[in-house]
Design a protein around this ligand. Sequence first.
Ligand code: CA
Ligand code: CA
Length: 186
Amino acid sequence: MSIQLKKGHSFNLSKKELNLKKIMIGLGWELKTTSLMDLDASVFMLGGNGKLPADEFFVFYNNLKSPDGSIQHTGDNRTGAGEGDDEMILANLNLIDGRVSEILIVVTIHDAPARRQNFGLLNDAYIRLVDVETKREILNYDLDASFAKDTDVEFGKLQRLDGEWHFVASGIGSTKGIEGYVEAYA
Ligand SMILES: [Ca+2]
Ligand SMILES: [Ca+2]
């Protein structure tokens, strides 16, 4: 049975999922509005200093694979239409560069300020982790309405602590936009 996490909760993948190697990280959302709204998932792989070891460790629709081959973005979805995962990230725990200790999964609204869009226009935003080999959902985290005024949200992160990987349902909203994240982590 899949575990349902709440904001701030963390789950020790290395301890509780002993055979886990490849993870599908699915991100989904539904639009309350009929206007065009394009959400983008991005991944920031950070070292112990909180920075990208190199620019290519920022994985997004224009850089679909990390240099170590551990993180793969499956491509841009422009509408979010339909149930199920709208954008997907594949992670291979065995390939993650030794310098990386945190992997942030962020969703931003494309061109949000100009289009006056925010997470208040969305329903049912979630992140979930699936074991690629068994296709079993390990956990999920449903974001609540508290991000209504935000234009971007860190849905969750993978964190390496004492050699063990944890998933944290961080749920951190902001309005800094993708440029703001790049500035903070580059
Ligand atoms: Ca998109
Ligand atoms: Ca959807």
